[in-house]
Design a protein around this ligand. Sequence first.
Ligand code: ATP
Ligand code: MG
Length: 914
Amino acid sequence: MLAAKQIRDSFIDFFQQKGHTFVPSSPIVPVNDETLLFANAGMNQFKDIFLGLVPSQYPRAVNSQKCLRVSGKHNDLEEVGKDTYHHTFFEMLGNWSFNDYFKAEAIQWAWELLTEVWGIDQDRLWATVFAGDQNEGLPADNEAAELWTKVTSISAERVLAFGKKDNFWEMGETGPCGPCSEIHIDLGPDTCDKKVIKGHKCQVNGDCARFIELWNLVFIQFNRQADGKLLPLSAKYVDTGAGLERVVAVLQHKKSNYDTDLFMPIISRASEISGHKYTAALGNKTDNAFRVIADHIRAIVFAITDGATPSNEGRGYVIRRILRRASRFGRELGMHEPFIYKLVPVVVDCLGDAFTEIKERADYVSTVIEAEEANFGRTLDRGIEIFAAAAKRAAKTAEKTISGDDAFQLYDTYGFPLDLTQLMAEERGLKVDTKKFNELMEEQRERARSGQKDVWLSGMIKATSSVSGKLTVFPKTDDLYKYQTDRCESKIIGWIDSEGFKTEGSVPTNTEVGLILDKTCFYAEAGGQVGDCGIIRSNDGKFIVENTTKVASCVIHRGQLTDGTLAGGDQVKAIVSKDRYATKKNHTATHLLQWALQNVFGKSVSQQGSYVGPDYLRFDFTYPKAPTSEQLREIEKLVREKITADLPVTCLAMPREKAEKLGAMALFGEKYGNEVRVVGLGAEADDKIDEAFSKEFCGGTHVDRLGTIGGFKITKEESISAGVRRITALTGSGLMDYLEKASDIVDELSAMLKVPSEGLIERVEQLIKDNKQLTKKLKTAARAAGSDIMTEAKKLLENCEKIGEAHIIIGKVSTGSVESAREAVDMLKKKAKSAVIVLGFEEDGKATLLAGATDDIVKRGLKAGDIVKSIAPIIDGGGGGRPQMAQAGGKDPAKIREALIKASELIKEKLKSP
Ligand code: ATP
Ligand code: MG
């Protein structure tokens, strides 16, 4: 029996032998594509080729693409665990033709691989073709139908035609599309999961688990216009996708993907950890939990490896949702402590050979998962209780629906993603009011809406392709000047405004547009380095550039025409702002910092992201714990030594393979072309770059010599998520400003404390020490005073008069605080059981009187508030309070005794009278 690894390899081998180039999977987190959360098909990385934006580097390609279907158009999350063949993460095997071969070869080869190489019984296979669509004016794909019987041995009655829903594939609203041909397999009558449904018939596309789709062959031959019309494409493409997990199940003679060597090791490990047994039954809660967990851990490992981290929005939230879902299913296996992270090594065992990146990042991934599990674990059990209460309430409603408020509370306070609440509701036959939930979410978002991501560009591009009605191929800008100069002569090729891409007429004034030149020295935002700002001027127009970005190979200068006019074809001068100098220093310093970090922490430190602007630099990297201040000082020292040595910086373009051989560091997950630029530090000449102590793949702008950086200081070190640290640092003029401010503060302190700056530390240390001592003294004094007043109060009680059961406790005490006097009153009340108390004391030349009465006395009509009110004027003051406790303050402490005598008279009178 073939192992999954051999099956994957045999697919790739097969197509390599047929002239296909192996292209590694693109990262599951798409790089530079904000329109897609996660890769969900093999074609994603070739999208720009289909769109005509870039030429393909090979006529035929083959690969195994990491896919995640948990959001957007393709979302299979609900199916996972309930069926045996839909996963969140799966591998899509694919072969491509970029305007090379077409339907005949695609069909013939798929059949050959399935039946001859892999030996699947052809009587179990079915093929489908497009039946045509009258409304769309689309003809049936007779070509494919004929080819099936001509180039393969399939019998005619096994080739079925279906409509648009099943057999016409479109990438999106507009763009390349075409009919497809699918290959389905019959897994045998006992695999049907719809037997109980009346009138169910097992058939292809019949919605039961007996017939499942193995392989989809898409023939891209049309381009969908913005107005909905389809035009034939001059270039034709083949794009196929076969689910590896499904193929493996068939070839390993398993009824379920989970029974294959892609999942069983994970399930076994989960079984070992939890002590529960997996019996592979569908519809069984425990077995379902095993399947979900085995599925989800694969998705989480790949997504985190490729750069997604759990968070509250976008990609990060998808990962958080999957992980929390897995945690909740862990409860079904009795797991209350973090345990999912313990499955990382077995996932690495299963897939680490095919995808070495998960091996390299396993420790980091484990750290992140464990932290996230521990975090959610704190609220999960309580959340489950809250859910149970909400479900009970919902069961009583006519609609059997959990309220939007409950779902939102679960989300907001207990971290339950909506789909988790829905899943748990569904288990009890309940629904969730998602409308109300979404309203509440929207309100919260509205509140939090700030610093939103810029959508200008994507809006522009959308406008562009819909208005012109054809695929826009943005002109390529010659921008190598950015490495040599900060000003150049160029010509306006066109611009993008809200209506689309224009090349003729004049540029609109005082509104944001994207100006496109034939060549430019402006640096477009990339690799963490911010886009340049500056000015583009002609004889009579002035365009302020606020930012520079890139789409495919086109540099877009974003900004506004503020003076005069500019038009297509105008000669202009492009002038980059002086900020660029500061940015360059920060960029080179970032390379120095990464080198120093690896020196101090080891090679496993890897870059997670960076910001390089004129103001400061920021560098995020993987490291499991907080660096010590000694380590940070060591890092600064290493960087500064290199700056002082004023070594040269060299940049050299070379083939990617050569750069890899040189050991140049590449940004993890980034897709590089065949030709890369390497920036080296410390090599004497470009051709000696191999001698550089730091070598990085980098397209950024750098200083020529390290001395130019002018200084380096780390201003902040923090943790930004589990296992990821962030360093913020300054160089050049930013550092000068910082130092100037710091020195001003020192001067001011030195004037304030009247010591020279060298003596400041000692002086402040002394002040802190004095302060500590004084606070301690004060506390002891207060405590002594407190215990004094308690003794005094007890004495007053011992010697007090009584009328009936009631103690009359009156006297002057020597405390200085109201609190301790109050405590004394409370203590006396408790001890005497029935009492009326009046205490007076003096503090800072002021008088305070405090009265208290036990409840029985209050019932007899004698209230503390009244007593205080009548005696307060004697001490030249006022006051009041509750019947049980009252207080007054006055200016004449000499009269405290008189006030107390008066109080005593009042009380006795009241208590004696019946
Ligand atoms: P299905 O109808 O079974 O959901 P699909 O039409 O969504 O499949 P395609 O988008 O054509 O599938 O993807 C190509 C191939 O990828 C499929 O033929 C199948 O083998 C595999 N595949 C698709 N979705 C999944 C999934 N969620 N888990 C595992 N394999 C999948
Ligand atoms: Mg599907």
